[in-house]
Write a protein that binds this ligand. Structure first.
Ligand SMILES: Cc1cc2nc3c(=O)[nH]c(=O)nc-3n(C[C@H](O)[C@H](O)[C@H](O)COP(=O)(O)OP(=O)(O)OC[C@H]3O[C@@H](n4cnc5c(N)ncnc54)[C@H](O)[C@@H]3O)c2cc1C
Length: 393
């Protein structure tokens, strides 16, 4: 058995954890980052999974929620720096639309987004009716929709490559990477200990837990994190080369339809590791809670729920009536929610800090979430002049 001691150990080498490790290492803190690589085959994997095992996550500075808008604005400013230090680009400036009905019960979604954009001076173009149809002929929005188009600092990021860049930058700054899984984190009198599946026991004054949905895994922490994890299904439309070329300038889209319970988000054509190009839609309205490790692992291993997937696919077919696709397939993912909708960045015990609960929005702003995790782990507070409300239960 080997023993190693650090100032801070970050458990979870995903978007938030890898960013926290980079910020800590660059602050001169003796840092370890613990996390397994992505499994080669999901279907027979029995270990932990992550919510960023995909090629594309929407990035945008406009949000209906003030804190998430600010988190993204701060993170997006640093994309060039992360890419340069991490020797890996991960951002595609495709632009983004946030759209919703201006009438009826769901109108606050787009109107709040517009208020936040105006309050934060985020450049955007409001589009309606014939202007919207002329600017984006690939979409057929119903009447009464307001679309806020950001053509600057918005589009999508590849979360796998973002993590790769953060890890490279973190290790260049001195962080030690352990490609291992934490089985248990103990809180002792003067330190915390991380017991790894490979047999190592790592000790540090502070441990940041950034394990995504698996932050609430049974037995990992002395006290569970009060977070809810929901199963999500995503639909992929495979495009041929000509269709992908036709839609090459399509932006990312977040859409609140007036007449359906879903809140869909759509990624433009993206090339996947299987050599095929897909448009992706998610945002299903089915909240199936995953309560145990076994339920989370089973869900991630499966391919999502075809009934839920078909409902969400139906929205894309309605919104893009001219779309020519070869096939539709589904996949599974999971989102982690805190009760108040803010991320969790708080000292859970004297030595353990929670950094999790992306609330379905944590990829694009992971670098700022990681920075705040590093601030809390080194004795600082979430800056009250930047963020409102509790980032704790
Ligand atoms: C379908 C879907 C679509 C989404 N779309 C968007 C979007 O468009 N834009 C956006 O900004 N966000 C989006 N999100 C949210 C975003 O993907 C998550 O908020 C983000 O991945 C959270 O990052 P994380 O680091 O907290 O967790 P994760 O991405 O889950 O990473 C956690 C890491 O911890 C590791 N880990 C787990 N347990 C252990 C352990 N015991 N020991 C060591 N390591 C461990 C895992 O291996 C993993 O690497 C989406 C999420 C889903 C599911």
């Amino acid at each position: 058995m080997t023993e190693h001691s650090f100032d801070v150990i970050v458990v979870g080498a995903g978007p938030m954890g890898s960013a926290a490790a980079r910020h800590l290492a660059e602050m001169g803190v003796k840092t370890a980052l613990v996390g397994p690589p992505e499994p080669d085959v999901k279907a027979d994997h029995t270990g932990v999974f992550a919510s960023h095992y995909d090629q594309a996550r929407i990035t945008r500075k406009i949000d209906t929620r003030k804190n998430w808008a600010r988190l993204s604005q701060e993170a997006i400013k640093r994309y060039p720096e992360i890419a340069s230090k991490g020797e890996q680009s991960f951002y595609s400036p495709a632009g983004a639309i946030i759209a919703g009905t201006e009438v009826g019960e769901r109108r606050e979604f787009v109107l709040n987004a517009q208020r936040n954009a105006l309050a934060n001076n985020v450049p955007h173009l409001p589009l309606r009716g014939s202007d919207l149809a002329a600017r984006f002929p690939e979409f057929s929005f119903p009447d009464g929709i307001l679309a806020l188009y950001e053509d600057h600092d918005a589009g999508w990021i590849n979360p796998r490559l973002h993590v790769k860049a953060e890890i490279t930058a973190a290790t260049k700054a001195g962080a030690v990477l352990y490609r291992d899984t934490a089985l248990r984190i103990d809180d002792a009198k003067n330190a915390a200990q991380v017991h790894c599946a490979g047999g190592s026991v790592l000790t540090a004054e502070k441990v940041i837990v950034a394990c995504g949905a698996f932050s609430k895994a049974e037995g990992l922490l002395p006290d569970p994190i009060p977070m809810r994890v929901y199963a999500r299904t995503i639909a992929f439309f495979e495009l041929d080369e000509a269709e992908a070329a036709r839609l090459a300038k399509m932006p990312s889209v977040i859409y609140m339809p007036p007449d359906r319970p879903e809140d869909p988000y759509i990624l433009p054509p993206v090339l996947y590791p299987d050599g095929r190009t897909y448009i992706k839609i998610g945002g299903d309205a089915v909240d199936i809670e995953l309560r145990s490790n076994a339920e989370m692992i089973d869900w991630f291993r499966g391919g999502g729920d075809p009934v839920t997937g078909a409902a969400i696919a139906d929205i894309l077919i309605g919104l893009m009536p001219g779309l020519r696709y070869r096939s539709i397939s589904y996949d599974s993912c999971a989102t982690s929610f805190s009760p108040n909708g803010n991320p969790f960045i708080y000292a859970q015990t004297d030595h353990i800090i929670a950094l999790t609960a992306g609330n379905g929005a944590g990829a694009k702003c992971a670098d700022e979430l990681g920075r705040l995790g590093a601030v809390v782990a080194t004795g600082g507070d979430i800056p009250a002049d930047m963020y409102d409300g509790a980032f704790a239960p």
